[in-house]
Design a protein around this ligand. Structure first.
Ligand code: ADP
Ligand code: MG
Ligand code: MG
Length: 250
């Protein structure tokens, strides 16, 4: 599904990613961990196609297509979802109306008509029941001062509705409390299927007690310096990152 090969990327002429290799197959959950400033959010942004990041070398292939030259929006239309890519605050627009627009824009990009209202309602009902989101929340304005947990609920709802092939969740800077953590984890676990894939970026091992990854990668200094199974996350929890830095610098 996703194949990243020797990816180098810079921001403001500063090299951040220095040769990332990563392959994600359908049905897999990958966790990317690593100390602050190692390039985790940069990697997420580069995959999603945020403009301020420049790929200087290597390739990002999604479903057989080199997507490096595509705009973020086009990547989203192809099924790449990045958490917080969609706004959480728009005055006067409800959670539901925002997502309806996003879905119809995606359809338009594919040459399809708007989703019939009946189907849209059915989809909303289905997904909100799955995620245990109540009606009141769906009619709230995206400007109503969401709590951390509500922002997460909105984000997971957007993800559920858009049904991305590849979801990238960057949880590093969001100050997740235990409720928000459970919302994200339950959502991901319920939306996971053999056809989609999830990349969870976190420096909290805690999250990985709820979302069990198939692979854990440690990013350090712009490179993936270690990969393993879920046990690697526990090892990091116990020992921190110093031993990895020592291994790399040896
Ligand atoms: P992580 O998510 O692992 O904490 P980041 O990818 O956010 O790391 O940051 C990696 C490095 O890139 C840091 O030194 C950071 O200051 C720098 N960086 C990231 N984004 C930008 C940006 N938009 N402008 C300038 N520097 C940036
Ligand atoms: Mg980050
Ligand atoms: Mg580019």
């Amino acid at each position: 599904m996703l194949k990243i090969d020797d990816l180098h990327a810079s921001v403001e002429d500063k090299a951040i990613l220095r040769g990332i290799n990563l392959e994600v197959k359908p049905g897999e959950v990958h966790a990317i961990m690593g100390p602050n400033g190692s390039g985790k959010s940069t990697l997420a942004s580069v995959i999603a196609g945020k403009e301020e990041y420049e790929v200087t070398k290597g390739s990002i292939v999604f479903e057989g297509e080199d997507i490096d030259e595509l705009a973020a929006e086009e990547r989203a239309h192809k099924g790449v979802f990045l958490s917080f890519q969609y706004p959480v605050e728009i005055p006067g627009v409800s959670v539901t109306n925002f997502i309806k627009t996003a879905i119809n824009e995606t359809r338009k990009a594919k040459g399809l008509d708007d989703m019939p209202a009946k189907d849209m309602l059915k989809l909303i009902r289905e997904k909100s029941e799955l995620l245990e989101i109540d009606r009141k929340f769906l009619s709230r304005s995206l400007n109503e001062g969401f709590s951390g947990g509500e922002k997460k609920r909105n984000e997971i709802f957007q993800m559920a509705m858009l049904e991305p092939k590849l979801a990238i969740l960057d949880e590093t800077d969001s100050g997740l409390d235990i409720d928000a953590l459970r919302i994200v984890a339950n959502g991901v676990n319920k939306l996971k299927s053999k056809d989609n894939a999830v990349v969870v970026i976190t420096h909290y091992q805690r999250l990985l007690d709820y979302i069990v990854p198939d692979f854990v990668h440690v990013l350090y200094n712009g490179r993936i310096v270690k990969s393993g199974g879920k046990e690697l996350a526990h090892e990091l929890e116990e020992k921190g990152y110093d031993w990895i830095k020592e291994e790399v610098n040896a």
